[in-house]
Ligand binder design. Structure first.
Ligand code: SAH
Length: 352
């Protein structure tokens, strides 16, 4: 049975499902979901992420977090957390880059939040030396400072989509047209969570909400504010999102999200305004990935690495530097936001 058969049977039995439920099943259905059945990254996979492009990404993030850990008095014990670590590459680069920071590794307890069993196996292989644990939620973390990273995690959490209709909204759904899956809209209703979007939208506009994000942001921000620490959240998106950003990728090319459910990666842009709305701790300004990495000195690091490489590895490395930072590549579409406790020094590269 394919996921498409399963979704078709569900819709026949109980009617159209909203886009968030469709996205959740496509990505995380226990036996037919994209993340639960596949290992998606890399040249042979469906998409490539920043840590898979260059080791410099994880190295610079590691040094930024270690600096903030020192700025906060180098607490003797802290949770080092990654949300959705994929192959474990970013964390492995982060750990290698921080091994000479006195006390940092001894103080760090590594926690990985991961929904996919095949990816947990990969993470174990990459990070075994650091004794990682896989908690089921951020609420399970011990009472101590938390230093957290997330790259391309929030874009994989399901979004609800709403179409503006007068002063109300219609939820976007996935239903059936004969044998085929089709988008449609539910009945008109009020959406208190979208009150602020009545100002900047008009009839026919589509907006997105990501209710699952709060399950991670609320406990994270409370922990950072009360016990100390910091978070660096990278993703593609903007301060506020408008329009349909649901996107399916297969073999590095966009495909129709309804075409092969469970076989393509599904993401939607991150609305950073919604992500940091009403948090108890401080957040930085939303900054582009390119500017952030340049401020942390990626060019100097890239030149030092280039001197140790011969072609063709050198050429690949130079292309990787460009890919991470150039505005025409990932440099401008991808953004980063930082969290620290109120009244403490902002993370390097994100200072006002
Ligand atoms: N950070 C990695 C991988 C990004 S892909 C990188 O940059 O390469 C998204 C990751 O989030 C995958 O590891 C996926 O399995 C995980 N994921 C998606 N939804 C999740 C959820 N609800 N809970 C935990 N992990 C999830």
């Amino acid at each position: 049975m394919t996921l498409k058969d399963h979704l078709t049977a569900m819709i026949r039995a109980s009617g159209p499902m909203d886009v968030a439920e469709f996205m959740r099943l496509c990505l995380l259905h226990p036996t037919l979901g994209y993340y639960t059945t596949r290992t998606p990254f890399g040249v042979k996979g469906d998409f490539t992420t920043a840590p898979e492009i260059s080791q410099m990404f994880g190295e610079l993030i590691g040094l930024a977090l270690a600096q903030t850990w020192m700025d906060q008095g180098a607490p003797a014990r802290f949770s080092l957390v990654e949300l959705g670590p994929g192959n474990g590459t970013l964390m492995a680069d982060l750990m290698r880059a921080t091994r000479h920071v006195p006390g940092f590794h001894t103080a760090a307890e590594l926690y990985l939040l991961e929904a996919s069993e095949p990816l947990k196996v990969r993470q174990k292989a990459a990070l075994e030396a650091y004794n990682p644990q896989w908690p089921t939620s951020l609420d399970a973390l011990p009472d101590q400072p938390v230093f957290l990273i997330a790259n391309e995690f929030f874009d994989a959490l399901p979004v609800q989509q709403f179409l503006r209709d007068g002063c109300g909204w219609r939820v976007r759904q996935v239903g059936l047209d004969g044998q085929d899956l089709r988008f449609g809209y539910g009945p008109l209703g009020a959406q208190p969570a979208l009150a602020h979007r009545l100002e900047d939208t008009k009839d026919g506009d589509l907006v997105e909400l990501r209710p699952a994000a709060a399950q991670f942001m609320a406990p994270l921000a409370a922990r950072v504010e009360n016990d100390g620490g910091a978070a660096l959240i990278f993703d593609y998106g903007d301060w506020r999102s408008l329009g349909d950003t649901l996107q399916a990728l297969q073999n590095h090319a966009p495909v129709d999200p309804l075409q092969d459910p469970g076989l393509a990666d599904l993401t939607a842009h991150v609305d950073f305004e919604a992500l940091v709305h009403d948090l108890p701790c401080t957040h930085s300004r939303l900054t582009t990935q390119g500017v952030f990495l340049e401020r942390l000195g990626i060019t100097v690091r890239a030149q030092a690495l280039a001197q140790m490489l011969l072609d063709p590895a050198r050429k690949t490395h130079i292309a990787a530097h460009r890919r991470l930072t150039h505005p025409d590549e990932m440099g401008a579409l991808f953004k980063v936001i930082g969290l620290v406790p109120n009244g403490t020094q902002m993370l390097p590269g994100l200072e006002p």
